[in-house]
Design a protein around this ligand. Structure first.
Ligand code: NAD
Length: 494
């Protein structure tokens, strides 16, 4: 087992507080909750639990930090750019510490956290550092006979942004909200997931150390009621949410009271289509990565495998063999290839789906309907065949290491099956026929389509969902649109 860093020990040695207006404070009502290590089921530390009263305090702080005349409003785009770059460097300098905290709180492997989540978070700050000085408007001609005008657009921040995020990539999801928001000059109240508040709190201190003015980013750990208080608050101008489709619908409804802006990154059930003319070894490796990455707790994982009939058995055997070879264990054990699920609730939910499929007559080609450890929330990577399109394991987002495989015969048949879902987050196609790859890719109703690859990604690329997988797009050059208001200015030249 890797040893805990002194900085991590020190961080966990005292209860964690809320970050409001640059100060670490207890919840007004003194409430706390425990955050758990999913590998051991032991309590890591107590964390302050924000109520609606704390939400009020944070909204005042964020509003004050946003208003004209504040230190934040006086920072030039270049100042913001330099600050964002500095934060990226600081995250990188503390990468091992962040990675250990993430592995303890979420369960994922330390290396996966460091090389994936934490490295990408640092890169996100650097990518958006470039955009801070490039938020340009346009000058637009007007045609009014006999009069002269100068009309132009400005991109202005929306105001106070509430970022509400899930537990699967805790630091990264927090950064997906904070970074574009502050690049555009907004202020933020972040509500991390109740299962994984630690790295967001560590980031809060790092932002202060980097010189971000007080109140620009506030961090309020809590449960769904804390998130709902932010959604209901008239002082919040925008909600940026990543999480389940079920909660996304509640947020859209709640935000309608004062028509605050809403962006939603929601659930998925991505189809991964393998044609018989594909590079089968590459497709099997892609199906394994696409199915089991991040313990299966990834919204764009390819959980529905469709394989052309002639290569179905070969692909199923290949994926099942690779799944069986994955060693499930503590994220601090360098020998582990996969950690536990995040919580007891997630563990019960995932095993429930596997048991349901078995009860409905499906076959487990790899994995098990039982726990993969004595304690901790371990589930073995599972491959299921013999499923129908109507089974819950096929229709619902499970969010665990569970892949189903169904054979198909024709292109039209598989496109119809792939699109037969309320979700539209990601999809993938494996074929050596270039025409087919792009033709099928165009017919798939999803925000991201991978052709002969899976999980290839960059902070430069926009992401988001068709259908019930969300509203809006995050990251890339489109990623600032949802964090800015477009103002049109018309001046008459007299
Ligand atoms: P969740 O919807 O249960 O919770 C997400 C966040 O919302 C948490 O912080 C939670 O406390 C908060 N919340 C819960 N009820 C709320 C309410 N009524 N009002 C306001 N906030 C509330 O999701 P989860 O289980 O934490 O995460 C898994 C889900 O996230 C999956 O559906 C997954 O697909 C989705 N996800 C999507 C993306 C994407 O980019 N589209 C990325 C990661 C995860």
């Amino acid at each position: 087992m890797s040893a805990l860093l002194p900085a991590v020990r020190s961080f966990l040695s005292a209860p964690k507080q809320l970050l409001i207006d640059g100060e670490w404070v207890d919840a007004k009502d003194g409430r706390t909750f425990a955050t758990i290590n999913p590998s051991t089921e032991e309590v890591l530390v107590q964390v302050a639990q924000a109520s609606s009263v704390d939400v009020d305090r944070a909204v005042v702080a964020a509003r004050t930090a946003f208003e004209a005349g504040s230190p934040w409003s006086k920072m030039t785009p270049r100042d913001r750019s330099h600050l964002l770059w500095r934060i990226g460097d600081l995250i990188e300098a503390h990468a091992d510490e962040f990675a250990q905290l993430e592995a303890l709180d979420n369960g994922k492997r330390v290396e996966a956290a460091r090389d994936g989540d934490i490295a990408t978070a640092a890169e996100l700050f650097r990518y958006f550092a470039g955009w801070a000085t490039k938020m340009e408007g346009t000058s637009i001609p007007m045609s009014v006979p006999g009069r002269e005008f100068h009309a132009y657009t400005r991109r202005e921040p929306v105001g106070v942004v509430a970022g509400i995020v899930p537990w699967n990539f805790p630091l990264l999801m927090a950064c997906f909200k904070i970074v574009p928001a502050i690049t555009a000059g907004n202020t933020v109240i972040l509500k991390p997931a109740e299962q994984t508040p630690l790295t967001a709190l560590r980031l809060g201190q790092l932002l202060l150390d980097a010189g971000l003015p007080a109140g620009v980013v506030n961090v309020l750990p809590g449960f769904g009621d804390t998130g709902a208080a932010l959604v209901d608050h008239p002082g919040v101008d925008k909600v940026a949410f990543t999480g389940s489709t079920e909660v996304g619908k509640k947020i859209a409804a709640g935000a309608s009271a004062n028509l605050k802006k809403v962006s939603l990154e929601l659930g998925g059930k991505a189809p991964n289509i393998i044609f018989d003319d594909a590079d089968i070894d590459a497709a099997i490796a892609g199906a394994v990565l696409g199915g089991y990455f991040n313990e299966g707790q990834c919204c764009v994982n390819g959980s529905r495998l469709y394989v052309q009939r002639g290569v179905f058995d070969q692909v199923v055997e290949g994926v099942a063999a690779a799944a069986r070879a994955i060693k499930v264990g503590d994220g601090f054990d360098p020998a582990s290839n996969m950690g536990p699920l995040v919580s007891q609730e997630q563990f019960d939910k995932v095993l429930g789906y596997i048991r349901g499929a078995v009860a409905d007559g499906a076959t487990l080609n790899a994995g098990s309907a039982d726990a993969a450890g004595e304690r901790g929330f371990f589930v073995a990577p599972t491959l299921i065949t013999g499923v129908t399109e109507q089974m819950a394991v096929q229709t619902d987002e499970i969010f665990g290491p569970v892949v189903t495989a169904i054979p198909f015969d024709t292109e039209d048949e598989v496109v119809a099956a792939a699109n037969n879902t309320v979700y539209g987050l990601a999809a993938g196609v494996w074929t050596n026929n270039i025409g087919r790859a792009h033709r099928v890719g165009a017919r798939l109703r999803a925000g991201t389509v991978w052709l002969n690859t899976w999980h290839a990604d960059d902070v430069t690329l926009p992401r988001g969902g068709f259908k019930q997988s969300g509203w809006g797009r995050e990251l890339g050059s489109f990623g600032l649109d949802d964090y800015t208001e477009l103002k049109t200015v018309i001046a008459e030249l007299r």
